[in-house]
Design a binder for this molecule. Structure first.
Ligand code: AMP
Ligand code: GLY
Length: 422
């Protein structure tokens, strides 16, 4: 099997490593990739959002399977174009990708499927903002306001705050730039990311993971694209995991089939485990970053064959997934000032060892690896338990040098200490 991966993050680096371990994968290419993925796959330049360019590259490489990492090409219909050209693709159609691309569509699908999620309201005029703020947050008996950019915002368009001025300012600045705002009821409880390989009504769940969205230790500071993750979740009861699959993901997959937009690819349920059970925070139409780096580190089943089964309609015959025992932890090394505009162009020392996945990296003219984005690297540690996996991840990150960089020191810590309860 000749596989082409589209994307340039540590998620794609993790996908490539797992694909490379599949004996049926003979050729591996990536576009556009980064300085780390260049070492394990043939690297090509592509505008990932251009269906025409991606199809042309897949043809040129004679790819049997294209795996699309990020949401933007999916929402733009790149998977549709590949399928129309007769090339198998792991990734949903433009219509099915609306589960991530349109919050209104996602809420509508969840309502029809009987799936619990936050109640919400769209505000599209500053004149309605103050009255709407009264219906959410502390005024409505909730600990905080949840104010979201109603467009794709790479996880950074969300402000969750008990401070009315902060909530109002975020909403007002979005409205001023002409973007509708989504206010949501606050969902309390530990978060779970559950990735499922889906083809139509067939759902194959992966290990549950937890992501750390805030930039600082103890969940301080603004939201980011994700600062770290671990898997599996020792505190998540097996029956709750099962109920997420059967009462949330399967009904949503069935509802998408019923609407004539069957989902084929990775359906990512982001949930809060509230005191009254799991509730959906959001669905994504792709693998999550950085959870993928931890989850795939434990996958024993052949990833290429799994993704190909979904892409070719044979997922129901694939059987149960096999996993390594133990735990995996990923910690993100971010550039100075991230999640604000990051400092870039600094030389990175120590980024070529085992367990180091690249994201915002490139090679300069001298061949040195330099930072080129906000989330620069993901390190992955594994071990017999979370504490051991954490030690390994932090030992790796301590051996890397990038001026001004920062990382969280508490990824997976509460779970390792047995301090998370549902
Ligand atoms: P999202 O981009 O929708 O995943 O939101 C980013 C983060 O904001 C989530 O991982 C949660 O930590 C938080 N968040 C989003 N929506 C809610 C909600 N309704 N209640 C509580 N926290 C939320
Ligand atoms: N881990 C968050 C995301 O991928 O959206």
């Amino acid at each position: 099997m000749r596989v082409l991966v589209i994307g340039s993050g540590a998620r794609e680096h993790a996908l490539l490593l797992a694909l490379r371990a599949d004996p049926e994968v003979q050729a591996l290419a990536v576009a556009p990739g980064n300085a780390g993925t260049a070492a394990i796959a043939d690297q090509h330049d592509v505008d990932a959002s251009s269906a025409e360019d991606v199809v042309a590259l897949a043809r040129q490489l004679d790819s049997d399977l294209v795996v699309i990492g990020p949401e933007v090409p999916l929402v733009l219909g790149v998977a549709d174009a590949l399928r129309a050209a007769g090339i198998a693709c792991f990734g949903p159609s433009r219509d099915a990708a609306q589960i991530e691309g349109s919050k209104a569509f996602a809420k509508d699908v969840m309502a029809a499927a009987g799936v619990r999620t936050a109640s919400s309201e769209i505000v599209d005029s500053p004149a309605n903002l103050d009255a709407a703020l009264e219906r959410f947050g502390p005024g409505a008996g909730e600990p905080a306001w949840v104010v979201k950019d109603d467009r794709l915002a790479a996880g950074k368009g969300v402000v969750v705050t008990p401070d009315r001025d902060v909530a109002r300012a975020h909403a007002a600045s979005l409205l001023e730039s002409g973007h509708p705002v989504l206010l949501e009821s606050f969902l309390d409880g530990p978060e779970v990311s559950l990735f499922c390989v889906v083809d139509g009504e067939t759902v194959v769940p992966l290990l549950a993971a937890q992501d750390f969205k805030r930039v600082g230790d103890g969940d301080a500071g603004p939201n980011t694209g994700g600062m770290g993750a671990y898997a599996p979740l020792p505190w998540l009861p097996p029956e709750v995991y099962q109920s997420i699959v059967s009462d949330i993901v399967e009904p949503v997959a069935a509802e998408l089939v019923r609407r004539g937009s069957p989902f084929s690819g990775l359906l990512y349920a982001g949930l809060a485990i509230t005191s009254t059970g799991p509730a959906v925070i959001e669905f994504n139409c792709r693998f999550g970053d950085p959870e993928t780096q931890a989850v795939l580190a434990l996958l024993e089943s052949p990833l290429g064959q799994l993704l190909n089964a979904a892409a070719t309609g044979t997922l129901s015959e694939f059987g149960e997934l096999r996993w390594r025992d133990g735990a995996a932890v990923t910690v993100v090394l971010a550039a100075e000032n991230y999640p604000g505009p990051p400092r870039t162009g600094d030389t990175i020392v120590g980024s070529e060892g085992a367990g180091v996945l690249h994201a915002g990296t490139t090679r300069n003219e001298d061949g040195a690896i330099v930072s080129s984005g906000g989330r620069v690297l993901s390190v992955v540690g594994t071990g017999p338990d979370l504490a051991a996996a954490r030690s390994q991840a932090y030992a790796i990150i301590d051996s890397i040098r990038l001026p001004g960089s920062h990382f969280r020191t508490d990824i997976g810590l509460a779970a390792a200490e047995g301090a998370i309860h549902v």
